[in-house]
Design a protein around this ligand. Sequence first.
Ligand SMILES: Cc1cc2nc3c(=O)[nH]c(=O)nc-3n(C[C@H](O)[C@H](O)[C@H](O)COP(=O)(O)OP(=O)(O)OC[C@H]3O[C@@H](n4cnc5c(N)ncnc54)[C@H](O)[C@@H]3O)c2cc1C
Ligand code: FES
Ligand code: FES
Length: 442
Amino acid sequence: MKPAPFAYHRPTSLDEALALLARYGPDGRVLAGGQSLMPALNMRLATPAALIDINRVPGLDGIAVEGDALVIGALARHDALEHSALVARHAPLIAQAMPHVGHRAIRARGTLGGSVALADPAAELPACLLALDAVVHAAGPEGAREIPAARFFRGIYITALREEEIVTAVAVPWRAQAGARASMSSPGATATAPSSASPRTVAWTTASSARRVLPSAASARCLCVPRAPRRPWSAGPSSPTGPPKRRAHSRAIWTRRATSTRAPPSGDTWRACSSPVAWARCSVDATVAISLTVNGAPVRRRVEPRQSLVDFLRYEFELTGSHVGCEHGVCGACSVRVDGAVLRGCLMLAVQCDGSRVETVEGVAATGEARDLQQAFAVENALQCGFCTPGILLTAQDVLARRPDPSPEEIREALSGNYCRCTGYHAIVAAVRRTAEARARA
Ligand SMILES: Cc1cc2nc3c(=O)[nH]c(=O)nc-3n(C[C@H](O)[C@H](O)[C@H](O)COP(=O)(O)OP(=O)(O)OC[C@H]3O[C@@H](n4cnc5c(N)ncnc54)[C@H](O)[C@@H]3O)c2cc1C
Ligand code: FES
Ligand code: FES
């Protein structure tokens, strides 16, 4: 369960990112939040020749009102959408949907652009964008184009995005907001009222003659807005901008690429590269130098681009508190703090942490920051084998830092992304409550 080797590029401008994407073609992959791509890499469902990490491309994470639309940058994280006052005011549907996306650690990394480009039919954001008549902005070698959501989402994991294009932003018009608000106040409008719906009741689907945004329950109300009949994608172009192509993210496509025999170009290192783009971060077999702080200590290392953060911490520093469980973001055993946010160590590459502040449970224990919480776990008998405990401690400490007096329900919700297989959550929740009460008294 480790990724196959790949080159890693960290462009610092959109032009550079597009040049890299054009250079690698279908063998290059944009890396945004990594919360969907990294599991596919870990399971070798995807074996791209290169990752193009757009996280340091400036100007892609903004949220602003422009004219009659709320424009949200592709790198805006789910967490930012959840807490943005602008989104709450101008696109409340999106703000209300966000708490239902995975868990807090996933939302801290996952991005709007990644969710849009992936077009997972179970995902919240594509459903919201369809309901709100949003427009997806994309940039490619031939310039920028704007694609209405109804034309962008073509099917399950299929979009109108071309291989060499990058989603740069999404514009949500005011007109659609008024309609969405009306729908949310209508009885039975569960598709647009995530607060009263299970996260999994929101789904979207497309048909050749109509666009529908549906909860999966057949009885629920439909927000269908009829569209002109469209030819299926295989029947040829349906837009003046060119033939639609499958944006390949489905399991079948991941697998096809995983079995591709196309090898990375030989000599593909920063030294051999003749492109005008500065390939400073390019390496296939080579290691990359990074410097960061780990539990307060500055460190420098050379890492293979494919090494996950959790493996890096375990193998380089013997910080074995962060465990490796599922390696696809589900169990939370690998939780670490990066620049103050609790994240999945299995869904982040060590090379991405260049310049970051990384903290593990060992560091938190050493500073005494969570000593009372650790003691409460012992008093409440909130651990048995201890496999989940470091991740749960970090997550619980994060909850208490953000919300000093969480209710048992809030604690359960916050810990829902951390699997404990043997203790059971009753004692764990009691330990967190005990700590909250003690801190309040202190
Ligand atoms: C445990 C777990 C639970 C989850 N639960 C939910 C959930 O309940 N609801 C939900 O909606 N999602 C869920 N997700 C998915 C999560 O929201 C992802 O973050 C999201 O689907 C993809 O966003 P990303 O930024 O992580 O994209 P990445 O993983 O970085 O990329 C995903 C794909 O999109 C491409 N891509 C990324 N950004 C761009 C761009 N700007 N332009 C072009 N292509 C791009 C990548 O090349 C890749 O093919 C979950 C994930 C995990 C691990
Ligand atoms: S090992 Fe990372 S979430 Fe399970
Ligand atoms: S204490 Fe054993 S998995 Fe939680």
